[in-house]
Ligand binder design. Structure first.
Ligand SMILES: Cc1cc2nc3c(=O)[nH]c(=O)nc-3n(C[C@H](O)[C@H](O)[C@H](O)COP(=O)(O)OP(=O)(O)OC[C@H]3O[C@@H](n4cnc5c(N)ncnc54)[C@H](O)[C@@H]3O)c2cc1C
Length: 481
């Protein structure tokens, strides 16, 4: 048999070395390993990475580059046409094999089919792997072979299948190619977000890259997991894992998270840990469910899964949309969430649901407007999870909230932030209000407002919609479909 030549590893949303099947395959194949990343946002159709994602991606690539350098490898960054760039790289690196980990978004799947066709015709080996999910999308089906559209049976079906072991450790020695192809530096790639000042503050909150992901997981196992069942609903506490951007960019594999949570829970079983671990693992499987739905229903980022919702006529109201985006609706819990998003690139799940419900049900503005804003501003923007989340809120997706479930932003605030800690952090102009009024400042007596330095309409907006009236309006229009 001939000795293998070099292997191109095309990194995508799998920016890690450990537990990375494509990279480990290349490292074990013999021949040199040529790691590449191709920046081609124009190939993503309507869903090119948003500004916050680009900030994360640029940092994560730097971290990957540094991890590769420690193994004596480089990261070759190229820009534009994936097939064209890969074809060039194969020639320049004298490669006979191209490998990658699959992405499952519709545009990415189309591109992968093109890559396969191109190289098969040229007799270059191509191989792809699932590195993003516990179960490859398409794997879990109903008994009749159909896709699940309800979460609990999907979860039960997942539990009947073993989560396979990880893909192993990175070998200590990896063969280096004799000649490296040229790459471009990330600042010449046009990858960095245009609004650098806004994104720069994310540095305070996040450490993109595989090292940051592992630290975050360890922190969560030590401090968050045992109380996750309760803590996950309290937006002022660091009660959730905050692994979503790391998982989205594949800096840590879901299999590793699954295994470590399992192991940790088994050790701490006496303290009732298994229940709370199960609650966490269910969230990981919601991520699987989202990937599964996007795989089977690729049109859903633009269209409701439940067809009859296509007839819904949303309101066009640029002024209210802007107030929502900027955290100036006059509802403190909604505004706190939207400001947390703007400041950190992330928002707590409970508040995503409240803020989403307010946009869609109180303002009757389309869920697609919300999804677009999140897409641009979330560091964890993920087409599958974002689509599932927004269609859940709007009631038009799989296993979605029923139309009559309309979150009351005051009651939600009082229930999940009873002492106003979250509000005081993100809406500081209300920080001196007593707990009793902090979720409904417009109802506070004049002397309380004065003592707290709050002037409704001046220092903090009056509500842009009356929730009770908006609720009745939403019930009336939603019940028609
Ligand atoms: C309107 C709306 C939009 C959303 N958009 C996104 C998005 O673009 N990207 C994204 O990753 N999540 C999205 N979510 C889901 C959820 O809010 C986040 O995954 C979660 O807040 C991330 O924080 P965490 O890592 O601390 O979660 P944890 O509670 O620690 O959960 C662990 C992991 O499970 C997954 N997960 C948790 N909840 C969900 C869920 N409801 N659906 C799918 N996966 C879940 C995430 O990967 C998360 O990192 C959205 C939810 C809503 C309601």
């Amino acid at each position: 048999m001939m000795n293998p030549k070099n292997t191109i590893v095309c990194f995508r949303n799998d920016l890690r070395l450990e537990d990375n099947p494509a990279f480990l395959f290349a490292a074990g194949r013999g021949g040199g390993v040529v790691p590449v990343f191709i920046w081609a946002p124009e190939e993503e159709g309507a869903w090119a990475p948003g500004a916050a994602s680009r900030w994360w991606l640029a940092r994560s690539l730097e971290s990957l580059r540094s991890d590769l350098n420690k193994k004596g490898l480089r990261l070759i960054v190229r820009k534009g046409g994936t097939v064209k760039q890969l074809a060039r790289l194969v020639r320049e690196a004298d490669a006979d094999c191209v490998v990658w980990n699959r992405r499952y978004e519709p545009a990415a799947r189309k591109r992968e089919r093109e890559i396969e066709r191109h190289f098969r015709a040229k007799r270059i080996s191509v191989l792809s792997f699932n590195a993003s999910f516990l179960y490859a999308p398409g794997q879990i089906k109903t008994k009749t072979g159909k896709p699940f559209q309800v979460f609990t049976p999907f979860w039960n079906a997942c539990l009947t299948q073993e989560v396979s072991a990880g893909f192993g450790k990175v070998p200590s020695r990896i063969q280096i190619p004799l000649k490296w192809p040229q790459g471009i530096s990330p600042d010449r790639s046009g990858l960095y977000p245009p609004c650098a000042d806004w994104a720069a503050k994310f540095e305070r909150y996040w450490e993109p890259g595989a090292g940051g992901a592992l630290k975050q997981l360890k922190r969560f196992l030590r401090k968050g997991l045992s109380d996750y069942q309760k803590g996950r609903d309290i937006p002022s506490d660091p009660g959730t894992s905050r692994l979503s951007p790391h998982l989205h960019f594949g800096e840590i594999s879901p299999k590793r998270v699954w295994r470590e949570v399992f192991r940790h829970a088994a050790r701490a079983k006496k303290s009732g840990m298994s229940k709370t671990a199960e609650v966490y693992l269910r969230q990981l499987v919601w991520r699987e469910f989202a990937g599964h739905l996007l795989y089977h229903f690729p049109e859903t980022p633009e269209r409701p899964l439940r067809e009859k919702f296509s007839r819904f006529i949303w309101r066009e109201d640029g002024k209210s949309l802007k107030a929502w985006q900027k955290g100036r609706t006059g509802y403190p819990i909604v505004d706190a969430g939207m400001r947390e998003l703007w400041e950190t690139g992330w928002m707590h799940n409970r508040v995503r649901m409240i803020a989403g419900s307010f946009l869609v049900k109180d303002l009757l503005i389309s869920w697609t407007e919300g999804a677009r804003w999140f897409w641009d501003t979330l560091v964890d923007a993920d087409l599958a999870n974002n689509t599932l989340g927004w269609q859940w809120v709007a009631g038009c997706g799989a296993d979605a909230a029923p139309y009559f479930r309309i979150f009351n932003p005051v009651l939600q605030g009082e229930r999940f932030d009873p002492f106003g800690k979250y509000i005081r952090r993100w809406v500081p102009e209300l920080s001196k209000l007593p707990d009793a009024w902090i979720h409904k400042p417009w109802q506070a007596p004049a002397e309380v407002l004065e003592a707290a330095g709050v002037e409704p309409g001046k220092t903090y907006p009056r509500p842009i919609a009356d929730h009770a009236v908006a609720r009745q309006r939403a019930l009336a229009v939603f019940s028609r479909i």
